[in-house]
Every structure is written in structure tokens, then in C-alpha cells.
Design a binder for this molecule. Sequence first.
Ligand code: NAD
Ligand code: IPM
Ligand code: MN
Length: 369
Amino acid sequence: MSTYKLFVLPGDGIGPEVMAEVEKIAAFLTKQGVATFEIEKGLVGGAAYDAHKVSISEDDMKRANAADAILLGAVGGPQWASVAYDVRPEAGLLRLRKDLVLFANLRPAICYPALADASSLKRELIDGLDMMLVRELTGGLYFGSPKEITDLGNGQKRAVDTQPYETYEIERIGRVAFELARKRRNKVTSCEKNNVMKTGVLWRETIIALHKREFPDVELEHQLADACGMQLVRRPKQFDVIVTDNLFGDLLSDVAAMLTGSLGMLPSASLGAVDEKTGLRKALYEPVHGSAPDIAGKGLANPIAMIGSFGMALRYSFGLGALADKIEAAIAAVLAKGLRTADIKGNASSTVSTAQMGDAVLAALRASL
Ligand code: NAD
Ligand code: IPM
Ligand code: MN
């Protein structure tokens, strides 16, 4: 039986609450002899700041580097609003992404039939939705320099963020999108703003050349990022794979989340390149949502995005696609039975807690093994 080293970073707010449900599932699978998950735990975000005055320690960076996969809950919260910018909670997550070169962020938005009424959109628009947003994760506005605020000395300040993209960065994320599309409905929508941004111009011409050279069999269309946001709420089922830059991907994935009913439903995988010698890749799995300070500590958080992220780890890091399918089926079964956390309550008469939802998914999984 294979052994997988998971480095678990629960983080802040609801992070530890939703992570606890994944730990239950991993422990169950280990006990059943399905696979052995060895869990090591570390600190990231505000939790790391409180312990070490950094957003992630060097020791935990080493352990993240050595793991087969990293699971991260969420970082951030109002109690760290005034800590220095470079040690704010979000910096720990950004460092993990950048230092491990996790350039490909896969954010699948699937609307489970039972949840079609929990979305703010009409059922017919989203019922059966299955799209994948591919977000570039290590370049662009998040990491470009200069990134600074200068005091102009006349009572005014000047802030600047910089968005750089190089051809190779666009090509490698484009390849991920085209390859995924080939295994799905074979369509890629590339999204930028080439009408106002130079990075948009390079993005579009690079994607067009890559398509012509390596993926002529895949249908390719282009949308301006603002129009793409509009189309996501107008007619979301037109999309199969969307590929876009770091900032637009951040915005559009929160929009896509509401198509599935709640941010608490959306998992994600952040992947590095496959090492040609070992066939392995660095990877971090995290829900799209944040630390949800408004509901933290109350047992109200939906653990499905975190459980789904663990499912993505099984699929993309461990080659356990069939087991990942079972986890997704267990989630669908629990939703079909009518179990709802508060965020997806819709018209339901009652709701369950984080732990009750996790236990129900685990019970459905157990029944399917
Ligand atoms: P958020 O995603 O934490 O919350 C947005 C809204 O969605 C809130 O009303 C929250 O209660 C709800 N929500 C989110 N996840 C939920 C879940 N699993 N179940 C039920 N409801 C859920 O975004 P925010 O409030 O803008 O940010 C809070 C903090 O989280 C900030 O510090 C931000 O930087 C951070 N953040 C972290 C990550 C991450 O760690 N990957 C992602 C986004 C935001
Ligand atoms: C996300 C989050 C992060 C981002 C923050 C917490 C740094 O919003 O993963 O979507 O902006 O990338
Ligand atoms: Mn975000």
C-alpha cells in the first residue's frame, strides 16, 4: 500500500474547522488500508505570525517542499489587520505559491443538481454546470515589482503595482488549459484585456500561437475579462475551460463560486510543473474561500470545498482518481439527501454543523467503499 506525505496547514479562522473534517477522512482511509496518509502539521498565516512573527517559518517552508502534497485551510482575519505588510497572513500563502512555483491554479466550478436552488441564479442557468477556471498563480500583478507606496512629500502618496508577464509564463499556463480541455469538452476561453493592457496583448498573441502550434484540435475563443465576468452570470454553461491571469482569475473564480451555490463549495489545486525524471509535481490544495471571520469558531462553515480539495489531491498528486470520484459522489449523495450547512440553506428547513456535514460525507464514502 502506498504512503503519501501530507503537509497540513490549517491556518486561520474557519481553516482549522474545515481541515478537521479532511483529517477525519484521511484517518479513515488509512485505517481502512485504502492508502496511508502520513500527516505533518505546520503553521501559516496569522497562526504562524502569532507563534513566530512571520507568515510562515523557514522550517515549515522546508517541510512544505518535502511533502508529497500540501493541504491549506485559509489564512487571514481582522486581528492581523495592522501587522506589517510583508508578514501579513496572506504573505505566507503567496510565498508558498511563488517559492514552490505552483503556477497552475485549477478551480473547478460544478453545480450539484441538489444545490441548483442555493445559487443566486435561476436553476436552468446553472443546473449541470461543470466548468474549470485555470488561473495563472505565480506571475502578474501579485508579484511584479515595483510594488510600493511612495510619500510625495506634499501630503500626497503614490502607490504602484506592476503586472509583468513573459511568454513562457503564458505558454505554460496555456498548455495546462488546453490539455485539460482535451479531457473535457475540448473548449478553451482565454480571458484578458488586450484593449487596455500590454500584458493582454502578449497574452492573446501567445495563446493564439500556442494553439496553432500544439493544440489546433481544441476550440479556442477569446473574451475580454470584463465581458467574461458578465457572461459567467449570463450564460455560464457556455464555458468549459477558462484560462486567465492571476488577478482576473482571482476575481472570476469568486464569481464562479456563486454559480455553485456558495464559496464554501469551491475546491482548488495549485500545481507546479511535472518533473521529467520523477514524474512528480509540487502541489498545494486549498479551498477558494478565505478564513470567513464572520462565522469562524461557530461550527457553521461548509467543509465541502476543503474536502473537495483533498479529493483533488488524490486525483492530481496521488493518481487515485477513482477514490476522488467516490469522494465527489459522497458529497453529491449527502446533498441529494437534503443535508445543508447554513451557506447553502436555500429553502431547506434545517441546517447541519461543519462536523455533521463532514461526518455525513464520511459515512457516504464508507458506504461506497
Ligand atoms: P471569505 O472567503 O473568507 O468570506 C466571504 C464570505 O463567504 C463570508 O460571508 C463567509 O462567511 C462566506 N464563506 C466563505 N467560506 C465559507 C464556508 N466554507 N462556509 C460557509 N461560508 C463561507 O472572504 P473575505 O471575508 O473577503 O476574507 C476574509 C479573510 O480571508 C481575508 O483576510 C482574506 O485575505 C482571506 N482570504 C484567504 C484566502 C485563502 O486563504 N486562500 C482566500 C480568500 C480570502
Ligand atoms: C485566493 C485568495 C488569495 C488571492 C489571497 C488570500 C492572497 O483570495 O486564493 O483566491 O488573492 O490569491
Ligand atoms: Mn480570492
